[in-house]
Structures are given as C-alpha cells and as structure tokens.
Design a binder for this molecule. Structure first.
Ligand code: ATP
Ligand code: MG
Length: 561
C-alpha cells in the first residue's frame, strides 16, 4: 500500500528522476531537460493521464526544463477538435505549464520525407498485402514470420509506388509502407512493421491534404526528435516498442531522445480506457464525458475534486516498473484531505423533517455565529438565522431509538449546532403513521451550545431555519462500476454488465442555509456531518456530492500498519 505523504513534500525519488539526474551530471543533453505529454485527441483526459501529466510537467519544472503538450494526431478517423480543446483545458487545470502546443500532424511533411529517406537507404518497401495478410504472416513468439513477396522490390519501384500512394492512386488498405527489419526478430514489433497506410479520412487539422497516414511508431519517436525531447516518458506497454523507436531514429541518423517507461495508473472500481469511456457516452449510460461519475478530469472537476488533490495522489503513488492498482479510497483520501483544509462549512438538510420549538417566540429570528472553517481561522465566521421552525435530517430523529442512537428522540435533549439545547416533547404523524413533525422545547440559557449548569448532551445535530432555507437538488454518487475490477467481464458479456445501477441518487427537495443562495457553479462546501459538495453547472441550485466524510482510508491505513 502506498504510504501517505503530506502535501508539499518534495517528490519522492524514482528511477526516471535518477536517470535525469545522471544525464545532467554527464551532460548527455547539454544540461537540458525537455519532456512532453502526448495525448491522442480521441477522447477526454482521465485520471490516468493526470499521472503522466504530473510526471512530465513535474520533472521539467523540477529541473528547470520544459514540457511540451503534443497532440499525437496520426489517426484521423477518431480525432476531433472538441477533444483537443478539452485536453488543453484539463492540462491547464491540472497545473501543466506547457512551453508550447505541437501537433504530430505538423510533422506530416517531414515524416514523409524521412520515409522516402528510408526507402532510398533500402530500409523500407511498399507492400501489397492486406492488413489481415500482414497479421497472418507476422508469425508468433514461437515462430518467425514470413517475408512479404514485395520485400525485395527495388528502391526505384518503392519510390514510385510510395509517391503514388500519396497521390491517391490506390484504394484504402490496398498498400502499406513497411520497414525492412527482420521477420525472424524475437520482438514482433521489429517484423517489418507498417510505417504508412492508405486511409481517406478527414483530419481535424490537415483536412483532406493527405490520404496516407503514418503509424504511431513511425510518428512518435521522430516527433520527439524534432522537438529535441530529452526524456520521452511513456507507459509500460511501449517497452516492447522501444527497439523500434530507437531503430527508426538510428536509421535516419537524427537526434536521439531516450524513451523511458513507467507503470500505468489503474484505480479500483474504475475503467481508464478512452474507448470504453466513449462507449458509455455514446450509449447514453452517463450524461457526457464530464458526468461527475466519470474518471475523466472534467468529470472529477465537475464533481468537486480539486487539482491539488489529484496532484497529491499522483505525487504520492510515484512510479514503478510493474503495473498495479491504486485503491479508489486513496484518491478519496487526498480529496477529503484537501477539501477539509479549504472548504467552507455550511448546514444543509438532504431529507428534511420539520421541528417546531414550541416555547420559542413566534416571529423571532436570531442570527447565530457559525465558523466557516475550523481548519482555517482566516476563513472567519458567518451569521445563520435561527427561528421557531427548523428542518433537521430525518435520520437525526427516531421515535424508538435503538440502543446506540443518541440523536433526537422523545424525551431526549440534543444540541442544535450553533443554536440551543432542545428536548423532544411530542410528534405529529400522518395517516400512514409516519412522523412528519417533531415538537421540542428549548433552553434559552444554552444559546451558542453550552449549558451554564454544565449538563451534557450526547449529540449535536445540524439544521436550517424553515423560513430562510433555500431549496436545492442534491446528486449523490456511488462508484460507476459495482465491481472492484470492472474489466473482469464474464465471457460473452459486455463491460457494461459491471455498471453500478445505484451510482446516482437524486435528492430533489433538500434545504440549504440561505448563504448558499446563488452560489456559483464550481463552489465547494462541506455540508456539516454529510460530506463535501460542489455546485453543478446545471441551472437551479444543484449540488454534487464530491465525497462523503467517512474516511475509509483511515481504516485501510490502520489495517496495513
Ligand atoms: P487510453 O487507453 O485510455 O486511450 P492512451 O494511452 O491510448 O490511453 P494517450 O492519449 O495515448 O492515451 O495517452 C497520452 C499519454 O498519457 C501517454 O503517454 C500515455 O502513456 C499516458 N497515459 C494514458 N493512460 C495512462 C494511465 N492509465 N496511467 C498513466 N499514464 C497514462
Ligand atoms: Mg494511445
């Protein structure tokens, strides 16, 4: 389990950092550090990307270098400008201070010239096999692949065919340009990988200028090279691609960045695959990419997570060379930890029960002083109206209290936070026998919450004044998936079988204190005794529950000690 480190502590050392330190010592890149964050604009960023952002921008900042934001937009059929815009917004929100924005598509011309260069060097050939035939002749880990019948085409023929591929003479999928490496290589990625394919698809930036597009492997390293990246940090699944990354750059004889791999972030109860997240959006199973249940940066922001909390998680989990899974409760720990220190406390009642204080003067309103944030004195205080008729939480009253129940019940005295001691004297029920109103008396000597005679009460409950309360809708969230590992799908079924049917509960008639009237979207609060809530962007006063107060992390921590 990951140890919890306080915010602000220097990033723990790791093998990537050590490599950079060593390279600086040996002056490998003339003392430069240049990283990049290279998302493909085919979806919104998720919490996994935050780890990569934190690492790339964090290392650049720590060593006085720079980090580029580069869109890896070589796959036009899936990419859109909407995604580009959301990615820029999310990277900025996470604190990523990019030196410049680049697009792999800006390098299409250069990449084409480099492909021609490899053909001229006898290192690439045009192949007539279909994608399926390329796959079939690739061999396996046990068996070598079969050489393409086109492998020994002359340089002249290859140059001519490649130019005609570019000119649009061949239908989609009918030809590829392949690197001539080794069909018997132990690394399958080196068995004459495809460099270019014919694809007539409108590109979000280059439009219809191209009908051939480079493959990821042929574009990525060279893009790094063009930008003079020093350390090209990527996830572990690219480890097997590193020999190919190096091969292209060596054959071309161009500047050589260093690829370093780290472990992907996985989180319990969460799927971090853009393809699957897109499916949820397209099938209407969530309200959009920024649905507060989504593990996207925009979803988390809308839900009330702070970028500080996400950064603290990323800093704390560090990097390693083996993939693992991080507990969702650890992320929630960081969210709570930050919100506890920064958010304004308010009183809100989700499921209201009317309380009438019979001996409180009718028409009287007292302003009670309430503390905005006990963790931050500078947050000051506010005035909360108290009156004869209040709402409390239905859960805070029991007609027949169980043994360990110390909140309000007939004959029992409790403290109303910032108010008075009240004692329940009677209840009013509806025809169904449900309590719809509770009557109390109050002790005027206990104003502010303490009895002069020193008598104690066992419970303090929150409330809002009925006449002053503001109506609100509150959305309560549980995990989007019911299974700890949502990718564990029974054979023949779709991953959506693991969706949690109770991931959203809408409470429509909550009552909140008057200071929340007109609260701006994005404002974060702690509803006393209930949890952290954030104002949604939907019209009307709508709150998203960011996270409850219960600290499951503390329990886990105790167990692992
Ligand atoms: P997905 O499978 O969700 O589509 P991806 O790796 O294809 O993810 P990219 O847009 O290509 O998404 O990723 C941009 C960068 O973010 C890459 O360097 C990638 O390695 C990194 N990244 C993506 N997902 C994670 C993750 N779960 N943990 C850490 N880094 C990640
Ligand atoms: Mg990708």
């Amino acid at each position: 389990m990951n140890p919890v480190k306080p915010e602000g502590e220097a990033a723990p050392s790791n093998f990537i950092r050590d490599t950079i330190v060593r390279d600086l010592e040996t002056n490998k890149y003339e003392g430069r550090v240049c990283t990049r964050f290279p998302p493909e604009p085919n979806g919104y960023l998720h919490i996994g990307h935050a780890k990569s952002i934190n690492l790339n921008f964090g290392l650049a900042e720590e060593f006085g270098g720079k980090c580029n934001l580069r869109f890896d937009d070589t796959n036009p059929s899936k990419e859109e400008t909407e995604y580009v815009e959301s990615i820029i917004e999310d990277v900025k929100w996470l604190g990523g201070n990019f030196a410049a924005i680049y697009y792999a598509s800006d390098y299409f011309g250069q990449l084409y010239d480099w492909a021609v260069d490899l053909i001229q060097k006898g290192k690439a050939y045009v192949c007539d096999l279909s994608a399926e035939e390329v796959r079939q002749t690739r061999g396996t880990l046990m068996e070598p692949g079969k050489e393409s019948p086109c492998r020994n085409r002359s340089v002249e023929e290859n140059l001519d065919l490649f130019a005609r591929m570019k000119a649009g003479e061949f239908p989609d999928g009918s030809k590829t340009l392949r690197a001539k490496i080794d069909m018997a290589s132990a690394n399958l990625n080196l068995r004459d990988p495809v460099m270019y394919r014919v694809l007539r698809a409108h590109h979000h930036r280059t439009g219809d200028a191209w009908c051939i597009y480079p493959m990821y492997d042929f574009a990525h390293g060279q893009s790094d090279s063009i930008e003079k990246i020093t350390h090209s940090i990527c996830t572990l699944e690219f480890e097997d691609h590193r020999p190919l990354y190096d091969w292209y750059i060596e054959q071309l004889g161009i500047y050589h960045p260093q690829q370093i791999e780290f472990d992907r972030l996985n989180v319990t109860y969460t799927l971090l695959s853009k393809r699957k997240l897109l499916a949820l959006v397209q099938r209407g199973l969530v309200s959009g990419w920024n649905d507060p249940r989504m593990p996207t940066i925009s979803g988390m922001r809308r839900r009330g997570y702070t970028s500080e909390a996400i950064r603290n998680l990323c800093r704390n989990i560090g990097v390693s060379k083996t993939n693992g899974t991080t507990e969702l409760s650890l992320l929630e720990y960081y969210v709570r930890d930050h919100l506890n220190r920064t958010s304004q406390r308010v009183m809100a009642v989700l499921r209201p029960l009317k309380v009438v204080i019979d001996n409180y003067p009718e028409g009287q309103v007292e302003m009670m002083e309430a503390i905005n944030n006990p963790e931050d004195e500078s947050a000051g205080t506010r005035q909360v109206p108290f009156s004869r008729e209040l709402y409390i939480e239905q859960d805070d009253f029991r007609e027949d209290p169980p043994k360990q129940y110390f909140r309000l019940s007939p004959g029992r005295e409790v403290r109303l936070r910032y108010g008075y001691f009240v004692t329940c004297t009677s209840v009013v029920k509806n025809d169904a026998g449900e309590v719809i109103e509770v009557h109390c008396t109050y002790d005027p000597a206990t104003r502010g919450g303490n009895a002069p005679d020193g008598r104690k009460v066992k419970s303090t409950i929150h409330w809002v004044s009925a006449a002053h309360a503001v109506d609100a809708e509150v959305r309560l969230y549980e995990t989007l998936f019911a299974k700890e590992d949502p990718s564990d799908v029974p054979e023949g079924q779709d991953f959506t079988v693991n969706l949690n049917p109770n991931s959203l509960e809408v409470v429509r008639n909550a009552k909140v204190e008057p200071s929340l009237k007109g609260a701006a979207a994005g404002s974060r609060y702690q509803f006393e005794r209930l949890g952290y809530f954030c104002v949604d962007t939907d019209p009307g006063l709508v709150f998203n529950r960011t996270v409850g107060l219960k600290d499951t992390w503390a329990k886990i921590e105790a167990k692992t000690k």
